[in-house]
Design a protein around this ligand. Structure first.
Ligand code: G6P
Length: 605
C-alpha cells in the first residue's frame, strides 16, 4: 500500500508533491510526509493524519527546493505516528527514503546495523533501507542504493534522495509499481500513473529490479546489473485524474448513483453475441476459447468472481473454480495448464492478485485481467485484458466497480456461451435482458428514503446477518462486507439454508437479518429460512422485488427493487445494501470514504 511521489525540476517541489499525495491518498491515509532539498539543505516534514494535516503543517513550515519525495502511508510496521511516517532519514542525515511494500528480512538487517552502532528512530521496515544505503554510501548514491537493495528480501518501490548528491532523485522497484513521469526539464516519480495525469502525458514503468536516476535535465534507467536499459515510453490519459465529488457528500454515494451510467459504459457494444471478439478486450481473443476457468481476486472483486462462477457455469456451461488470490498464490493445485486464469481487480495493483497472476503464468496458464485501471500492473502483465470502463472509483468501499465487474462477467459469459452451445435466439433474448440492467439499477436507487428509515432504526446494533441463496448468496457476502468496512458493525454473509448449521444461534431481537429474495425457483425455500429467523425473534429486513408479497407481509422491513432475471438480480439488489451500509455509517459518524485501518489499493500481502 502507500503512495509515493517524487519531483525534480525547475519548479517548487512542495506544491507538486502535496497535489500528488492528495491523488494518492486512496492508497493509505494514516500519515503523510515529504522531504525536499534546497541545495544540500534537507527539509523533512511529516505527521500522523491525512494529507490535509501535512498541508496545514507545511503552511507554517514550508519545505523549499526543486527536488523532493513524498509519501502517504498505510501502516504495516509500527502504528501511525509522526515518527513512523515517511520519509525516513538515516541517523547521519545523508539518505532519505520513502517506500512501498514490505521488507521481510528487515529485523535481521536492523539487528546487524544496530550491532554496528546505528540508532534507529522508528518501528518501520523502511528505516532499514535508509540506514543500509547510508551504511554503503561513500560518494556514489546510485552504487550505495544498488548494493543496499540487493540485500533486501520482500517487495519495494522506493524513492531516495541525499543532501550529498543534491541534484539526484533515485527510484527503484521490485514487486511494487513505480513510474517515471517525463516533463519538459522536469521529472516525476509515482507509485501510480494516475497521480501524474494532467501533469505529464508520458510515463515509463520501471520493470522488475530496475532503477532510475533523475536529474533536472537528464534521466537514466538501469537494470539489476546497473546496465543502461532501453525504455518504453507510454502515454497516459488525463481521464485518470481524480474526479470531484460534485453535489454528493461522499465519493461512495456519488459512485452508487453513477452505477446506471457506469453499467451502460461497461456493457457498451458487449451484448452482440454475433461478433467474435469482446469489445475493448486487449490481447489474443482465442483466450476466450478456454474450456475451464479459474477466477481469482480479493475483497469485493472476489465476490464478483463468486458470481462469475454461477454465471459462467449456468450461461456458458464452463466449469469454474474461484480462489482467493492470497490463497491461490501459495497453493499448487492440480490445474490443467489450458485453464484460463482470470484475475479480477478494480485497481489492478492488489499485491495478492498480482502474485496469483504471476504464479498462474509461471505454471503455464493463459491469463486474463478484468480490470478498471487499464494501465495498472495487472492489466499490463496479463495475456489479455478486459477493461471495466466504470470510471475512477475513489471510495474505499467498492460499489460501481463491483456491479460493473459482474456485468462484464455476465456479458463475457454470454459471449463464451454463444461460441459454444447457446443458440442465436437464446443469446439474443439474454442480451436483451442484460441491456435492461442500467435502467433497473436506476429504478432501484429510488429506495434511498426507505433505506434511510431502516438505517435509523438499526444503526446502533452490533451485528447484522446477510442471507441469500443461489445468485443472491455472493451478494449476501458483499452486503456484509460493505457493512463491516464502513460502519464497523460486525456482519456475516451466509447461504440462507446454512443458517441452521451455526449462525442461527446468533439470532436475537438485536440482530437484524437482511434477506435477499427474488421470485426465482428458491423463493419458497428462502421464505422458510426467513420464517426460521422470525420464529427466533430476529428482526428481518427483506430486499425483495415487487411481487414478493409474502416476504413483504412477514418481514419487519421491506426494501423493494425491480424484478429482473435471477442471474441479474444481485446487481439490482446490491443498491439497497450499498445504501444501507452508507446511511448507517453516516449515522454512526464514520468516515465513509476513508474507513479506519483500510485503503483503496492493497499493495502489500
Ligand atoms: C481493498 C479495497 C476493496 C477491494 C479490494 C480488492 O480491500 O478496499 O474495496 O475490493 O481491495 O481490490 P481490487 O482493486 O483488486 O479490486
Amino acid at each position: 500500500m502507500c503512495g509515493i511521489i517524487g519531483y525534480v525540476g525547475q519548479r517548487k517541489a512542495e506544491p507538486l508533491l502535496v497535489e500528488g499525495l492528495r491523488r494518492l491518498e486512496y492508497r493509505g491515509y494514516d500519515s503523510a510526509g515529504l522531504a525536499t532539498l534546497q541545495g544540500a539543505c534537507l527539509h523533512l516534514r511529516k505527521c500522523a493524519g491525512r494529507v490535509a494535516d501535512l498541508a496545514r503543517h507545511l503552511r507554517e513550515r514550508p519545505a523549499p527546493g526543486g527536488l523532493g519525495i513524498g509519501h502517504t502511508r498505510w501502516a504495516t510496521h509500527g502504528p501511525a505516528t509522526d515518527t513512523n511516517a515517511h520519509p525516513h532519514a538515516s541517523t547521519d542525515g545523508r539518505v532519505v527514503v520513502v517506500h512501498n511494500g514490505v521488507i521481510e528480512n528487515y529485523a535481521m538487517l536492523r539487528r546487524g546495523l544496530e550491532a554496528g552502532g546505528v540508532v534507529f528512530r522508528s518501528d518501520t521496515d523502511t528505516e532499514v533501507i535508509a540506514q543500509l544505503i547510508a551504511h554503503h554510501l561513500a560518494d556514489d548514491l546510485m552504487a550505495a542504493t544498488h548494493t543496499a537493495l540487493a540485500r533486501l528480501q520482500g517487495s519495494y518501490a522506493v524513492a531516495v534522495l541525499s543532501p550529498c548528491n543534491p541534484g539526484m532523485l533515485i527510484g527503484a522497484s521490485s514487486g511494487a509499481p513505480l513510474v517515471v513521469g517525463l516533463g519538459q526539464g522536469e521529472y516525476f516519480l509515482a507509485s501510480d500513473p494516475g497521480a501524474l495525469a494532467g501533469i505529464t502525458d508520458e510515463v515509463v514503468f520501471l520493470q522488475e529490479r530496475q532503477m532510475c536516476a533523475l536529474g533536472a535535465d537528464s534521466w537514466q534507467m538501469f537494470d539489476d546489473a546497473r546496465q543502461h536499459v532501453p525504455v518504453n515510453i507510454e502515454a497516459i490519459s488525463s481521464t485518470a485524474i481524480v474526479t470531484e465529488k460534485g453535489d454528493f457528500e461522499h465519493y461512495m454515494l456519488k459512485e452508487i448513483y453513477e452505477q446506471p451510467l457506469a453499467l451502460k459504459s461497461a456493457l457498451h457494444m458487449r451484448l452482440d453475441p454475433g461478433t467474435h471478439g469482446f469489445a475493448g478486450m486487449e490481447g489474443d481473443e482465442s483466450l476466450l476459447r478456454a474450456d475451464r476457468l479459474l477466477l481469482t481476486a480479493c475483497g469485493t472483486s472476489y465476490h464478483a468472481a463468486l458470481l462469475g462462477k454461477y454465471l459462467f457455469e449456468e450461461l456458458a456451461r464452463i466449469p469454474v473454480e474461484v480462489e482467493y488470490a492470497s490463497e491461490f498464490r501459495y497453493r499448487n493445485p492440480p490445474t490443467d495448464p489450458r485453464t484460463l486464469v482470470v484475475a479480477i481487480s478494480q485497481s489492478g495493483e492488489t499485491a495478492d492478485t498480482l502474485a496469483a497472476l504471476r504464479q498462474a503464468k509461471l505454471r503455464g496458464h493463459p491469463t486474463l485481467a478484468v480490470c478498471n485501471v487499464t494501465n495498472s500492473t495487472l492489466a499490463r502483465e496479463a495475456d489479455g485484458m478486459v477493461p471495466l470502463r466504470a470510471g475512477p472509483e475513489i471510495g474505499v468501499a467498492s460499489t460501481k466497480a463491483f456491479t460493473c465487474q459482474v456485468a462484464v462477467l455476465t456479458a463475457l459469459a454470454l459471449q463464451m456461451a454463444r461460441t459454444r452451445q447457446l443458440s442465436e435466439r437464446d443469446a439474443a433474448r439474454i442480451a436483451q435482458e442484460i441491456a435492461t440492467l442500467p435502467d433497473a439499477v436506476r429504478d432501484a436507487l429510488e429506495c434511498q428514503d426507505a433505506v434511510r428509515r431502516v438505517a435509523e432504526r438499526y444503526c446502533r446494533v452490533d451485528n447484522f446477518l446477510y442471507l441469500g441463496r443461489q445468485y443472491l448468496y455472493p451478494l449476501a457476502l458483499e452486503g456484509a462486507l460493505k457493512m463491516k468496512e464502513i460502519s464497523y458493525i460486525h456482519a456475516e454473509g451466509y447461504p440462507a439454508a446454512e443458517m441452521k448449521h451455526g449462525p442461527l444461534a446468533l439470532v436475537d431481537a438485536d440482530t437484524p437479518s437482511v434477506f435477499f429474495l427474488s421470485r426465482g425457483h428458491v423463493y419458497d425455500k428462502v421464505m422458510s429460512n426467513l420464517e426460521e429467523v422470525k420464529a427466533r425473534g430476529g428482526p428481518v429486513i427483506a430486499v425483495a422485488c415487487n411481487g414478493c408479497d409474502e416476504a413483504a407481509a412477514r418481514a419487519d422491513e421491506i426494501l423493494y427493487v425491480p424484478e429482473v432475471s435471477d442471474y441479474l438480480q444481485p446487481l439490482v439488489s446490491a443498491v439497497p445494501v450499498q445504501l444501507l451500509a452508507y446511511h448507517i455509517a453516516l449515522l454512526r459518524d464514520c468516515d465513509v470514504d476513508k474507513p479506519r485501518n483500510l485503503a483503496k489499493s492493497v499493495t502489500v500481502e
